[in-house]
Design a protein around this ligand. Structure first.
Ligand code: NAG
Length: 233
C-alpha cells in the first residue's frame, strides 16, 4: 500500500467511526421522551446537588392514595408501589415503598423481591405474614397486629393474608429503589414453558399444566377459605 492509500484507508475508518458515533448519539437521545431523559440525567448525575437541580420540590412527594402508576389491582384490593420507575426522587437512594390496601380476608399473594429485603408495618387490621427463604429453611409465620412490623429477607417467598372481616393496610419499605416483584404462582405456572412445569410436577400432563393457568388470580386475590367462611363472604 502506498502511504497515500494507507492515509486514505485510515481517514475513511475514522470518518466512518465518527459517523457511527454521531448516529448512535442522535438515535439514543432522539427516541427518549422527557421522562426517560430526566431519568438518564438523574442516573448519571455525579453528585446529589446535581440531582437536586433536576427536580422540583413537588417531585419529592408521592401520593399512595391517588397514584395511577405502580398500581396492582385484583379482586382482593390493590397495592401501590413507589419505586425509581414512578418516583424519580428515589433514584440514587436505594429505597422504595409499597402500600397494600387489602380487602376483607384477602391476600397479597406469595411473591419474592429479587433485589430487596422488606420491612413491613401493619397500619390497619391484622395479617398472617409468612416467609420461606430457601431449601432447608423452615417456614416462618406470624400474626401481626396494627403497629407491628416484620421483615422478609431478600429473595424469600412471602405473603400477607388479612385475617379480619374488614379492610387492612400494610406499608412495606425496601432497601432498593428497584426491588422488583415476582409472583410465585403466576411466574411458575404461567411464566415457564408448560413442559418444564410438567417436569417439575412429576409429569403432570402439559394439558393439565395449561389448565392450571386458568386458576391464577390477579394480585391481591381473595384469600383463605377459613376467613371467608368466618366472615360470611
Ligand atoms: C416514556 O417512555 C417510557 C418507555 O417507553 C414509557 O414507559 C413512558 O410511559 C413514557 N412516558 C411518557 C410521559 O410518554
Amino acid at each position: 500500500m502506498t502511504r497515500f492509500s494507507t492515509f486514505l484507508a485510515l481517514f475513511s475508518i475514522a470518518f466512518l467511526a465518527q459517523a457511527l458515533a454521531d448516529s448512535l448519539n442522535a438515535r439514543s437521545l432522539d427516541h427518549l421522551n422527557a421522562t426517560q431523559l430526566l431519568n438518564l440525567e438523574l442516573k448519571t448525575a455525579i453528585t446529589e446537588t446535581q440531582r437536586l437541580s433536576l427536580l422540583d420540590n413537588k417531585d419529592f412527594v408521592f401520593n399512595f392514595l391517588t397514584s395511577k402508576t405502580g398500581v396492582s389491582m385484583g379482586d382482593g384490593g390493590r397495592t401501590v408501589a413507589a419505586t425509581a420507575a414512578n418516583f424519580p426522587a428515589l433514584i440514587g437512594h436505594n429505597i422504595a415503598m409499597t402500600v397494600g390496601f387489602i380487602g376483607p380476608c384477602s391476600i397479597n399473594l406469595p411473591h419474592i423481591h429479587p433485589r430487596a429485603t422488606e420491612i413491613n408495618f401493619i397500619a390497619q387490621g391484622k395479617f398472617e405474614a409468612g416467609f420461606f427463604e430457601e431449601n432447608g429453611a423452615r417456614f416462618i409465620v406470624n400474626t401481626l397486629h396494627k403497629g407491628e412490623v416484620t421483615v422478609f429477607p431478600m429473595g424469600a417467598i412471602h405473603f400477607e393474608q388479612n385475617l379480619n372481616c374488614e379492610p387492612a393496610v400494610f406499608v412495606a419499605a425496601f432497601n432498593s429503589e428497584d426491588p422488583g416483584v415476582s409472583t410465585i404462582g403466576s411466574n411458575f405456572i404461567g411464566g415457564l414453558p408448560a413442559d418444564i412445569v410438567s417436569a417439575s410436577l412429576r409429569g403432570l400432563s402439559i394439558e393439565q399444566v395449561k389448565e392450571l393457568t386458568k386458576y391464577l388470580p390477579k394480585n391481591p386475590a381473595i384469600g383463605i377459605q377459613e376467613c371467608r367462611k368466618r366472615c360470611g363472604l
